[in-house]
Write a protein that binds this ligand. Structure first.
Ligand code: LLP
Length: 424
């Protein structure tokens, strides 16, 4: 079991989290469970059994190097959205042949890096195609001629019923290519022998609860694949992106990877390898944010728990109104109240949870924000000079620090010495 309550204390696998909080200086900190990470990958692997398929983990969800190494050892590939994520994936030991480079605004230097390493690249726009073609020509001119495998990212115009900020495959979204524009891309690719179109890609959005939309996407993408094949392109892959939600609200009703794959099974042409790019459903419930209560405060009939964790450490509640389950890591017996759980950042948007019925804690009580493994640390900032938190990993009875906390010196030294740029 990964995170669980025993004798009123939170445990992560074999570790009492209060003991850990007392043992380390850092607060807040992220805490991950290796067992949960493995279980989440196993759930995908089991769901994909019998299909030609690849799990291409979306590094953006959590790019901690130790976690990436674990995921690589479990057989995952890596979906990347920047040149730096590509560098990190190389450091983590991923084989470039198992990497996919996505994005609507890849810079030329990033495209060149991907081409240099033989990473498959997604084409998102006309300019993107031209940049990838130019990079392939430049590589050939250096004598490194090998075709670049590319996918076309299709904008499927499917509404996934999620927060508008995390819907990516709708008509007015900035991502992908509308079906009616595909002929231009296919003609253009026919004139570029160094670009080898090997498949199609789409990504509908994130936090998806209804797997029906994946079924709709599979039908659409299967049809597009057939018609593009008729033009002589040898498509081998269908990449359906990521997006499966996790049970933040703890309703017990979230579809599993098995349910996702059951929605697709039978709809995929047999001779296509399916690629899925899960991020959240691999790391989300494998991580929590551990904070300390700074104090409890009342304004009229509003009650607040003020913690050292804030929107700087975890911005999802502030940015998307996202729900994260919140509890204490140790016994608390104060009066039950309805609290907003807020941080110290000078913004009213700085909250981790609203209107939660909780017992009144003491100062220094340990508080846990659950399901923070995806887009938690990855989206953290040092706003208000709340320094980015440390990260710890539990594996059985062992705890490892897998990232030190940002220090004041990290921030201050990046600003010195000053250098004059102009006039030269
Ligand atoms: N593939 C592509 C092309 C993507 O754009 C994304 C996420 C994924 C895969 C992984 O999706 P996942 O399985 O994690 O849902 N910051 C937001 C999430 C933004 C996700 C954007 N794209 C949040 O905190 O909810």
């Amino acid at each position: 079991m990964s995170f669980h309550i025993r004798d009123r204390y939170l445990y992560c696998e074999g570790i009492n989290v209060k003991d850990l909080q007392n043992a380390v200086q850092d607060s807040p900190f992220y805490l991950y469970s290796a067992a949960q990470l493995r279980a989440n990958v196993a759930a995908y692997a089991e769901a994909l059994a019998g299909l030609p398929a690849r799990i291409s983990y979306a590094v953006k969800a959590n790019g901690n190097l130790t976690l990436l190494r674990i995921l690589r050892n479990l057989g995952c590939g890596a979906t990347l959205v920047s040149g730096n994520e590509l560098r990190l994936a190389l450091l983590a030991g991923f084989d470039p042949a198992d990497m996919m480079f996505n994005g609507n605004g890849k810079r030329r230097d990033e495209v060149a890096l991907a081409v240099q390493h033989g990473v498959t690249v997604n084409i998102d726009s006309e300019f993107d195609l031209e940049h990838i073609a130019a990079a392939s020509h430049a590589a050939a001119a250096r004598g490194a001629a090998r075709p670049v495998d590319v996918l076309l990212r299709v904008n499927p115009d499917i509404r996934p019923d999620v927060h508008p900020y995390v819907a990516t495959g709708m008509r007015d979204s900035k991502f992908g290519i509308r079906a009616e524009q595909l002929p231009w891309f296919l003609d253009r690719l026919k004139g570029e022998p160094l670009l080898r179109l090997v498949g199609l890609h789409c990504h509908l959005g994130s936090t998806i609860k209804d797997v029906q939309v994946f079924y709709d996407a599979t039908i659409l993408m299967g049809d597009l694949t057939s018609s593009i094949r008729q033009q002589g392109f040898e498509l081998r892959y269908l990449n359906l992106g990521g997006g499966l939600g996790i049970d933040y609200e703890r309703t017990g009703e979230m579809p599993t990877p098995q349910a996702l794959l059951d929605a697709l099974r039978g709809q995929l042409p047999d001779d296509l390898t399916l690629i899925v790019e899960p991020g959240r459903s691999i790391v989300g419930n494998a991580g929590v944010l551990i904070c300390r209560v700074i104090g409890v405060k009342r304004n009229g009939d509003k009650h607040f728990i003020v913690t050292d964790g804030s929107m700087a450490a975890l911005i999802r509640p502030s940015l998307y109104g996202a729900y994260h389950h919140i509890g204490f890591i140790e016994p608390v017996d104060g009066e039950l109240q309805v609290f907003d759980i807020v941080g110290p950042v000078c913004e009213s948007a700085d909250f981790l949870g609203k209107a939660r019925m909780l017992p009144t804690p003491h100062e220094d009580t340990g508080l846990v924000v659950y399901d923070a493994g995806a887009y938690g640390y990855a989206m953290s900032s040092s706003y208000n000079l709340q320094l980015r938190p440390a990260e710890y990993l539990v594996d059985g009875d062992r705890v490892m620090q897998i990232r030190r906390a940002e220090t004041f010196e990290d921030v201050a030294l990046a600003q010195s010495p000053l250098s004059v740029i102009m006039p030269q």
